[in-house]
Structure formats: C-alpha cells, structure tokens
Design a protein around this ligand. Sequence first.
Ligand code: PMP
Length: 480
Amino acid sequence: MEILPKNETIALREKHIGPSCQLFFRNDPLKIVRAKGQYMYDERGTSYLDCINNVAHVGHCHPDVVQAGFEQMGLLSTNSRFLHDNIVLCAKRLVSTMPEELSVCFFVNSGSEANDLALRLAQIYTGNKDVIALEHAYHGHLTSLIDISHYKFNLPGGPAQKDHVHIASCPDTYRGKYRSINHSKEELGSLYAQEIKDICDKVRDEKAAGISAYIAESFLSCGGQIIPPENYLREVYKHVRAAGGICIADEVQVGFGRVGKHWWAFQTQGDDIVPDIVTVGKPMGNGHPVAAVITTRAIAESFKKTGLGYFNTYGGNPVSCAVANAVFDTIEKENLRENALIVGEYLMDSCKMLKKKHSIIGDVRGAGLFVGIELVTDREEKTPAREIANYVVSRMKEEHILISSDGPDCNVLKFKPPMVFTKENVDELIITLDRILKEVREITESSIPVMQNTVNSSKSIGKGSITIKKPIKEEQIKSI
Ligand code: PMP
C-alpha cells in the first residue's frame, strides 16, 4: 500500500514531478492509499468522506468494475485496430442513452482528447473556425482547449485570447448579467441566448464568416455549479445553427446520470434538445481512462471524406471498453440514477435548510448529485465570501470530509460525490457543515481580522485566537 513514508513521497514529488501539477490542499496534501465506495483512506487508515469525486462514479473500486478490467486485461489488451465486441457494445450502449440522431462514437482516453476531437470535427463539418465558449468554462488541458477555456486563459500568465475565440456570459441567474430577481424564467433563457446571436452576427459582419461551434458544459461545473435557465439551450442552438455552426455539449463532468432524472444534463432542457456532438469522460471508466465523442452520421462522414483516417492507440481498447460497460451495468443494476435523484433531492433540501440558518449562504442550486452552495458575506450585495469558502473547505478536510470550492470567485462549495452517496452521508456532511458555518459566524461576528498565508485553520480556531485564512493558492481548492 504505502511504499514510501509520506515525507519521502513529498520530497520525490518536489524533485521529479512538474511543479505546476496540481494537488488538492497543496500545503498539507493528502496521501490517499486506497478507497472504497464513497470513502478514501490515507496512509494512516484515516477515512475521508468523498464529496468531490465525479470520477469514482459508481463508488471507488467497485468490485464488478475492477473484475471486468482485471478479466479483460488477462485476456486481451491491444490497440483498437482489430475487431472487438467490447467497443461496439460500448458504443451501442452510449448511443442508446442519447437522442437517436447521435449514433456514431469515437473512443478516446480523456475529456481533453474528446473535446479536441469535437472541435476538429466541427471545423471540418462546417468549414468555419470561430468558436463560442462561455465565461469561466474549462474544457481541457490541450492547447486547443486552453485557448477556449476562459477559466484558464483568463488567469494571469494565461495565453492571450485568440481571434477565433468568442466568450459569452455564463448563464448564471444568481449573480450573472441577467438575474432571476429581475427577469422571469421565460425571459432569462432568451436573454442569455441573445448574446450568442450577437456574437454570431458580429462574426458574420466583421469577418464575413460563420461559426464553427458553440461548446459548453450542459451544467457549468467550473463556472460554479450553474444550472442554465429554461429554454437557454433551445435558443442558443437555434442561433448557432443559423450561423452555420454546430453545438457541442461537454458532459465530461456532469454526465452518466449524475443529474438523476436523465443520463445527460442537456436532456434536462427538453426532449427536443439535440446537440450535434456530445463529449463524455471522467465517470465513464470509474477511474480508468476512457472517454468518447458521440456525434451524428453526417458529421462522422464529413471527417471520413477528408481521407485522414482516425487512429488512437488506446482509445476504445478492449480493457477500457470492458470497464466502461461494467460502469453502465452498475449504474443500471444498482439504480444509481434513481439514487442520485433521491439522495440529491435530500441534499438540496438539507442545503436549503442550512441557508435558512446561515446568512452566509447566498444561493443553493443543483440537480441530482450535482449541487453547489454559494457563500456571500452580504446577501443583498452578493459579495463573494472567497476566504470563508477556502476556510470551510480546509475545516471540512480536518473533519475528514472532502469538498472543494470553485466558480469565478472561488466562493461556491461544490458537491459531486460518487453516485452511491447515501442520505446518512448527507446527514454527516450537513451536520459538519452546519457546525463549521456556526464557527464562521462566531468568527465574523467577533470581527477578528483575516490573516494571510496561514496554513492550519484548526490551530487558530480555538477561543481567543480566531482567524480566517486566505487561500494560500487557488489551486489548493479548485477541482476541475
Ligand atoms: N471538460 C470538462 C467540463 C472538465 O471538467 C474536464 C476535466 N476536469 C475536461 C473537459 C478535461 O478532461 P480530462 O482532464 O479528462 O482531460
């Protein structure tokens, strides 16, 4: 289990691993050596309730998924240029969960590869180059995706925004450009979508060009657990298609039944919402790298016409597809979508109860096991409580519950636990959060100044020496 003592692991990491490679809790990182279900265990055997892991979708190390990978690994693991049943069965399964127009799959190894291929397909199919993406969005670590990920290129040190990239407002009805306090539900979708139309018109007028793709997460995770308003995608897709573009739904984080009622988050906007490309990843292999692009026959054929064959050494290999098929089986066998719905509703209700108790909670939003709590120091002004969110995340860790914070102001507590999360887990989470928010209230009411660059929150939380720490580094707590 543990090969090296933790201090040696840290020392070797510092010496040999790229210093920009992110770590949770960088100043006091966790060394996780095993995991099961919704729990992770450190080198001393301490258990942590995992509320952030949207990779271990059906529970860490699910025995059926492990067995499927183990058996296939012992039988055949090769590149994907041979016929194999696992890949075609996996494709059949994926498309069976989607609108019927989406009938062709490309298998890849990561969400980034999926989105990169999606952009390439869009350019080939439309003959256009310009891409519309959303504010605060993240779509992957490849150069093509950093270019369209405002979450990254907008940071100090990020690359300059490219000419072909257009960023539209995040459809955040709580603190965004158009808010539910000022507009009706019906208006909000159209107002945010109008911006997309304006961009399409600008590209047409200024460049005499059309749009290649509109790409967005169907629910915006990095943007701060944002649920777009009703009618948003319907209107956006109409505008993009009128400008010659296609619509890409990035379901890398939010897909595979996390939202409960549906397999995919775009489906929550209506049965008539049909993206041209859907990208999926993370949860698909429950920890094994496998991802996919699902598209229409017409788009896939346009790629074929270029004459450039597509080959991806590991994409769709028999082991990855055996694992992905076992994930599908487990979601179905264990009714995990229903669980996400029931436990997710319970989680939302519990968070709303906390909101009644704690004025620091400005908003609670979510669907299924995709939930966010936005912390604000002033409900009227919606002043982001960034330092407090960071404090809460580190205090929760001390209480052995793993959560993260995200959003443009890093003040949104994110919950996206494995789908086997139970109501008892919700109770544990909420009771602890309630206690920590009470601490926060005591601290803020005592007006003790915020201290910078301190590390261990618990040491200074005792009576008489209360401080709230500023984040040491943003990357410590973000969880893309
Ligand atoms: N899209 C979204 C929405 C993501 O959150 C991520 C990863 N966090 C990616 C794409 C990229 O996936 P990967 O890290 O597997 O390349």
